[in-house]
Ligand binder design. Structure first.
Ligand code: SAH
Length: 349
C-alpha cells in the first residue's frame, strides 16, 4: 500500500487522517502542520511521542521528495536540484535568486508526453503524473535546502515550468495551487505563481474558472500553425487561433495579462517576418512576450539564432506595439534548461 503523503493533505484532510486513521486528538494535526511547513521528516516531529512517530512512519511519509544532488552556478546564484521521489523516479528543479526574492521552478510530471521538438523533458515520454504532495514537496525540500545557508531565504515565487505539462495533470496541479496558497500552509500568494502550458485549449477554459489568480504563461514559439506544427505536436490538436482565443478568455475572466513564451530558433521562427506575423496575432491582447534564445539541446539539431537576429526580432515586435523582453539566461553553467540535468544523470546511470 502507498504511504500517505502528509504534505499533500489540506487542513480538513489532515485532521481527518489524525482523528480517524491515527485515533489521535485533532491538536496533533496542528502540531504536524507546523513541522510540515518547515519541511521536517516524521522523525523530526519531536513533540509527537516516539510511539506515534513509529506508527506514522509505517503508514505515512511527510515529504515524498528529497534533494539528491544540487549544483550551484558560479555565474549567478542559481541552484539546480535533482530530487528523488519515493519510487526512485528523478525530477529536477531550479531556484533563481532575484532581488524580489527566490523563484523556484517546479515539475508537474516525470517526463512529458507533449513531444516538443526542442525540449529535453519529453525525449522519453511521460513516465507518470506527480501527486499534489510531490509538487508541494519540491517547495518544502528547496526551502529547507536554501535555509541551511541562509535562514532568511525562502521560496517567494513559483513557476510551473519544470518537466511536464501542468494542464495534463490538471487535478493535482489545482490541488497543489490551493495547498501552496493556504494561509495555514506555505501561504504563498497565487499572484506570485506562474503556470506555463503548451496550450491545452479546453483545460485553459476550465482553469480560467478555478478562481486562482495565477499568471498564465503560454508556450507559443511560432507565429502560425505551419511553423508551430513543425516544432510542437500539440499544434495538430489545437489551432493557434483557438489557443490565442483561450488566452483572451483568460485575460477577460481573471483580469490578468498573459505571458507568451517564444523560444527563438535559428532558421525556424526567428526572422522579422515572423515577428510581424506574431505582432498581428497578438494585437489588442493584454500580454507580454518573453523571447528566449533557444537552449541548445544536444539530442536535437536545433540552435539559437545570433544575438543580432534576437535583437532585430525584439525591436520589430516592440515597434509593432507588443510589449516584449529577452529573457536573461541564468545558470548557464549548470544545465539550467528543463530536463537536461535529469537526462544527463539518467544516461550516466
Ligand atoms: N509544458 C509546459 C511547461 C514546461 S516547459 C509548457 O510547455 O509551457 C517551460 C518552458 O521552457 C516552455 O515555454 C518550453 O517551451 C520551454 N523550453 C523547453 N525547452 C526549451 C529549450 N531548449 N530552450 C528554450 N526554452 C525551452
Amino acid at each position: 500500500m502507498d504511504r500517505v503523503q502528509l504534505l499533500g493533505l489540506n487542513g480538513p484532510e489532515l485532521t481527518d487522517f489524525v482523528v480517524n486513521d491515527l485515533h489521535e486528538s485533532r491538536f496533533r494535526a496542528k502540531q504536524m502542520r507546523e513541522w510540515l511547513n518547515r519541511g521536517a521528516s516524521i522523525d523530526e516531529m519531536t513533540n509527537l511521542s516516539a510511539a506515534l512517530r513509529a506508527r506514522l512512519n509505517g503508514i505515512a511519509v511527510a515529504n515524498p521528495v528529497s534533494v539528491m544532488e544540487s549544483y550551484k552556478s558560479k555565474i549567478d546564484e542559481t541552484e539546480k536540484f535533482l530530487y528523488a521521489l519515493s519510487d526512485g523516479n528523478l525530477i529536477e528543479g531550479v531556484v533563481m535568486r532575484y532581488h524580489h526574492g527566490d523563484t523556484l521552478c517546479v515539475s508537474t510530471q516525470v517526463g512529458c508526453r507533449m513531444g516538443c521538438a526542442f525540449c529535453a523533458s519529453t525525449l522519453e515520454g511521460r513516465v507518470r503524473n506527480l501527486t499534489p504532495g510531490e509538487i508541494l514537496g519540491q517547495v518544502a525540500a528547496a526551502n529547507r535546502h536554501i535555509q541551511r545557508e541562509d535562514p532568511a531565504r525562502r521560496v517567494h515565487n513559483i513557476v510551473l515550468m519544470g518537466s511536464g505539462e501542468p494542464l495534463d495533470n490538471y487535478d493535482s496541479v489545482v490541488k497543489f495551487l490551493r495547498l501552496v496558497n493556504d494561509p495555514e500552509g506555505f501561504n504563498i500568494s497565487l499572484r506570485n505563481v506562474s503556470l506555463s502550458t503548451c496550450g491545452l485549449v479546453p483545460k485553459m477554459y476550465d482553469f480560467a474558472n478555478e478562481g486562482l489568480p495565477v499568471t498564465l504563461s503560454l508556450s507559443l514559439h511560432a507565429p502560425n500553425d505551419e511553423i508551430r506544427r513543425r516544432i510542437m505536436p500539440v499544434a495538430n490538436a489545437y489551432k493557434l487561433e483557438d489557443v490565442v482565443a483561450a488566452c483572451r478568455n483568460y485575460v477577460e475572466v481573471t483580469g490578468r495579462r498573459v505571458i507568451f513564451e517564444y523560444a527563438l530558433i535559428r532558421d525556424v521562427n526567428s526572422d522579422v517576418k515572423c515577428a510581424d506575423e506574431l505582432a498581428r496575432r497578438l494585437r489588442g491582447l493584454q500580454c507580454h512576450v518573453n523571447l528566449i534564445p533557444l537552449n541548445d539541446v544536444k539530442e536535437r539539431d536545433l540552435n539559437a539564432p545570433s544575438r543580432q537576429i534576437v535583437d532585430a526580432f525584439l525591436k520589430r515586435l516592440t515597434q509593432r506595439g507588443i510589449s516584449a523582453t529577452v529573457r536573461r539566461e541564468m545558470g548557464a553553467d549548470i544545465e539550467g534548461a528543463c530536463g537536461q540535468l535529469r537526462r544527463k544523470v539518467l544516461s550516466q546511470q
